[in-house]
Ligand binder design. Structure first.
Ligand SMILES: Nc1ncnc2c1ncn2[C@@H]1O[C@H](COP(=O)(O)OP(=O)(O)OP(=O)(O)O)[C@@H](O)[C@H]1O
Length: 472
């Protein structure tokens, strides 16, 4: 913006009067066609005339000219942008076609100016908006105009309202805040606090080299805090992954858990196809009933991924996911294989007689790639192996050491090795194949990796008389 200070004032401020382009122009008594005069009585240069108070210039050129913001060219944010449903407001995917400078909502205090796109997910689009009353910049999830998405997102509203109002009224537990919700042209809109990059983007920005044990600890402590609140409310997130963990800002390592669109109550675990594949727990893969401990499995996968920079179990199919888990951690306990509704899909099962127990027992062996492909008419591939080592301790211990000069001192190396020993033990407690003995968030929070106590030997937890105890 050019600020025009009239000449006398300029001199008063100590400016020296210099010859300008205007001084060189012949002064005209007759107003030149289409030209505008500045406050100093000099006709503006074409550059000024076309860059300052442009509406005046337009009106001089065309007295009929009327400006209306509605006629501004609108940048479309939604792809595809061809109208297909809902009187032309929605595209073929039932997404609302969003434009920069358009509005969402109509009521006073619930009117949002669309600024930019933030992300796209299964449920709809997330756009950066400004609340026209409070001027707060927010993130608005505009849900697809389909009953299944609408209903599931209503569940997200219910769960977030419960978490925000009853479980975390002071916003202390790293859970996304829901500010408002309303319906706009048949689309449910969820208004959230605006957050920054997600942890996948952070890993990517770090060239997939992994984060320090210290930073992983800072993130995990906050995630365990959020998980404790969820567990106490008997809620399951069901889709924990780096993409659903967002930094509050780029200035500090404060994070928030987002996307409660798949969340459910422990009493209402109706869906079996849940969790993003890389972070899917063995009990879900096997088709067993599940509890909040599925989130702790995902958390284990996330912890290792943050440290390594690459996903621990990047399965290319459910079969591949399960084989990767079994190759690293062994077979799930018999009790799980016996009850899993999907066990027969992945395993060959045969019975043998156990004379000691005087009963027949089931035996399980994971099907070969060829057998599974043949039976399920798929083309299973072994999939990329990102790590040379095969066991979790080895993978963590062979990850490159920090390279800074200070980190190379004998003391710092020793400290890092101790951190890694603690980290391995921590991850193993979360990546326990058995959901019954897998650590709860309350237990995991007491691990030396989180508390910062010196790690000396494997952490053992147990419940006694309903009280949590831990033995190290
Ligand atoms: N509060 C927020 N602030 C900034 N960006 C956000 C916010 N909420 C969501 N986003 C962005 O939008 C993306 C999609 O959001 P979200 O995961 O809630 O949608 P979804 O449709 O439920 O996705 P999914 O396919 O994972 O189920 C996120 O990965 C993130 O990049």
């Amino acid at each position: 913006m050019v600020v025009d200070i009239p000449p006398p004032k300029r001199r008063a401020l100590g400016f020296r009067r210099v010859r300008t382009v205007h001084d060189l122009q012949p002064r005209l008594d007759v107003s030149p066609a289409g030209r505008r005069m500045g406050s100093d009585g000099v006709y503006l240069s074409p550059l000024r005339q076309l860059t300052t108070n442009i509406l005046d210039t337009y009106r001089i050129c065309n007295p009929q000219f009327r400006y209306e913001s509605a006629h501004n060219p609108r940048r479309v944010l939604t792809k595809p942008s061809k109208p297909a449903h809902n009187d032309g407001y929605d595209n073929d995917d039932y997404d609302y076609i969003l434009y920069v400078n358009d509005w969402l909502g109509t009521e006073e205090g619930h009117k949002y100016l669309i600024l930019d796109i933030l992300g796209q997910g299964t449920f709809g689009q997330v756009v950066k908006c400004q609340n026209m009353k409070t001027h707060e910049i927010v993130a608005v999830k505009v849900v697809k105009n389909k009953p299944a998405y609408f209903n599931q997102s209503m569940m997200e509203v219910t769960i977030l309202e419960l978490l925000n109002k009853s479980c975390d009224p002071n916003d202390e537990h790293h859970i996304l805040r829901l500010r408002d919700s309303f319906i706009h042209r048949s689309h449910l809109c969820l208004v959230f606090e605006l957050l920054s990059s997600n942890l996948y983007e952070l890993i990517k920005q770090n060239q997939f080299q992994g984060l320090s044990t210290q930073l992983v600890k800072v993130f995990m402590a906050q995630l365990l805090d959020a998980m404790t609140v969820l567990k106490e409310a008997r809620l399951i997130h069901c889709d924990l992954k780096p993409e659903n963990i967002l930094l509050k800002s780029l200035q500090s390592p404060q994070i928030k858990v987002i996307d409660f669109g798949s969340a459910c109550h422990e009493r209402q675990t109706v869906y079996t196809y849940i969790q993003s594949r890389f972070y899917r727990s063995p009990e879900v893969l096997l088709g067993m009933s599940y509890t909040a401990s599925i989130d702790m499995w995902s958390l284990g996968c996330i912890a290792v991924e943050l440290f390594l920079g690459l996903p621990l179990f990047p399965g290319t199919s459910e079969y591949n996911q399960l084989t990767r888990i079994i190759d690293m951690l062994g077979l799930p306990p018999l009790s799980m294989l016996n009850t899993g509704k999907q066990t027969n899909q992945f395993f060959d099962v045969w019975e043998t007689y156990n004379p000691q127990a005087n009963q027949t027992e089931k035996n399980y062996r994971i099907k070969s790639l060829e057998q599974y492909s043949r039976e399920h008419n798929t083309n299973e591939q072994p999939g990329k192996q990102y790590f040379k080592a095969t066991s979790l301790p080895e993978i963590i211990n062979t990850a490159p050491m920090p390279t800074s000069k200070s980190a190379r001192s004998a003391h710092e190396i020793e400290k890092e090795l101790n951190n890694r020993a603690a980290f391995i033990d921590f991850c193993q407690g979360l990546l326990n194949l058995n959901p019954v003995t897998r650590w709860t968030p309350q237990q995991a929070r007491l691990h030396p990796f989180i508390t910062g106590e010196k790690y000396t030997k494997p952490f053992v937890v147990r419940y006694s008389m309903g009280r949590l105890e831990h033995l190290t």
